[in-house]
Each structure stands twice: as structure tokens, then as C-alpha cells.
Design a protein around this ligand. Sequence first.
Ligand SMILES: [Zn+2]
Length: 329
Amino acid sequence: MLTTVVGSYPVSDPCVPESISSKISNFLGLYDPYLPLLEQAVKDQINAGVDIISDGQVRGDMIQVFARHLPGMMVEGGTSKIFDKIMPSNNSLAGNDLKFAIKTAQKTSSDFLDSIKLNNKVLVGNDFNKNFKGVKGIITGPTTLVLSSRVERFYKRDEKEKIIMDMARALKKEAFALQEAGAAIIQIDEPYLSTGVADLKTAKTAIKIITDNLSIPVSMHVCGDIADVFKDILKFSVQIIDCEFAGLPNNIQALEQEYDGSKKIGFGCIDTKVESVDELDHVVNLIKNGLNIIGEENIILDPDCGMRMLSRDVALLKLKKMTEAVGWF
Ligand SMILES: [Zn+2]
């Protein structure tokens, strides 16, 4: 069974330059304080034995990173605003981070393999990542970005559909840049789809705009209670639907009633809302339930949601618990 993550990883404050070379870069205005955090996130995920990892989304929350980047949007007083026509950006937001993550992951997993050869003993399970298969590129969905931003000036407030379509066209460019940079899959985060405030028809058209002509698989992550929307989101033009099943056991019922085998399911099996590390038995039983409904060929395992709010130790232990549970099958 394939394992992945939803995306965000715990971060400490941006690093201050310590080595001579980073101090020189800082002096020249070239030091990037987020890269050491990105490196740490990648190494932890590799160390935990996850197959498809993320860059840890270390640069900030999922709304504001895009609001700061896309023409027509801005962040003011901590609020994301749409103040002009939303246009595709000339340069990609996360392409360089993705390339750096791939390089770090490849180096980390080959270092682990080298150390096995050197020490001439067999390390098993979580001690090295023989599984690493790639890095996912993540974008925040058009519906979620628009509904969590304040609309000022250019668009009228009741023109949500038009804004979401413009947003989708701008994000399509980001998705292609991530594919170009070497992403294994693209994930679109649309938490607003389970809240009852989003228009699912508009959301579906917007997702189609982004995914048309992409050649790599696309996953859509919708967290929260999906009982009312699962049937509808199964029809979106993506290959994987990713939801929470550990912290929201009622979602299993929706899966049981509505799942039709048409998509792969990202099966959240680790509770990301609590600091306590999940019990192995509990995770194994949850995966068994998921397997019975989804089938081995269609299940992908991951934590429920991003892990930004957890401590780094807990996040790492939770990921290890997930890969340990997979070892039981
Ligand atoms: Zn989520």
C-alpha cells in the first residue's frame, strides 16, 4: 500500500544564518531562511518511510502563500484580499521548492542506503526509506482561496463564480509548473467543499480547468465531515479523493454508502488534531476497515490533514506509526 502525507509539516521560526557561507549569503541578500526548514521536513518524512512526500509547505499557511504571490491578491493585516483581476503569475510559486525537495529526498534516501552498505547490517522498517517514490506538488484550491479572501474593488462580491474561474486559470499555470519541476502527483486542497458554503458545481468546473491536460495524477484533499458531499466530489475530474477517516469516524459511513470504485481514495488513518500518538492497533484496524471498502488497488494511506499544528517530534512519530501499521499487511 502506498503512503503519502497531506502536506504541511511543523515549522519552527525561520532559521537565522549560522554557517559562514549562509552568513555571506545573508549579507548579499540571498539567504533563504525557509530552506533549512524544508530540508528538515523532507528528511523527517524520508526517515519515517513515507512513499510520496511533500516539501512540508514551510513558507506559511495555505491561503496567504498564494495571496502574496498571485497578481490581483494581497495580504493586509493578516487578511487575504482580492483587489484586482486575478491573473496567472509570471513565475511559479513552489517549483523551486519542489526541485529542492526532490534533490534533498534523493540524497537522504541514498545516504541511508549507503550507511547500510557501510555498516554491513540489515536495517529494516523505519530506519531507512527504501520506498521513496517522489514529491507531490500542492496547490490550494480555487474555491477555498476565493471563499477565504475578502473581495474588494475589481470584482463585485456576488461574482464568486467568475472569480473562482479566474483563480482556476491562474492556478492551472502553477499546477503545470509543478508538473514541469518533477512532481509525482499534484494535490489540490479544497477544505471549503465540506463546509456547506461552497457551490459544488462551480468548484467542479474550476477543478476541471486546472486538471485538463495535466499528465500526472491529481488528488483533491477535502477535510472535515464529508457525509453530505462525498457523492458529489467523487465526480470531480481528479484521480484521487483524499479525506479524513481517523479523526472523523463517521466519514467511513459515507465511504461505505457512496464509494463506487471510480477513484483512488486517500485514506486518512492518523488523527492530526490530537498531540497523542495514535495506537498501533487502532491504526491497523482502521486500515482494515478502509481496505474492506476500497480494496488494496485503490487505497492510499496518509494522515488526516496537514501537520503544521503539531510538534515536530509528534509529527514524526505519527508518520512512523502509519508506516509501521502498513508493515502489518
Ligand atoms: Zn485538511
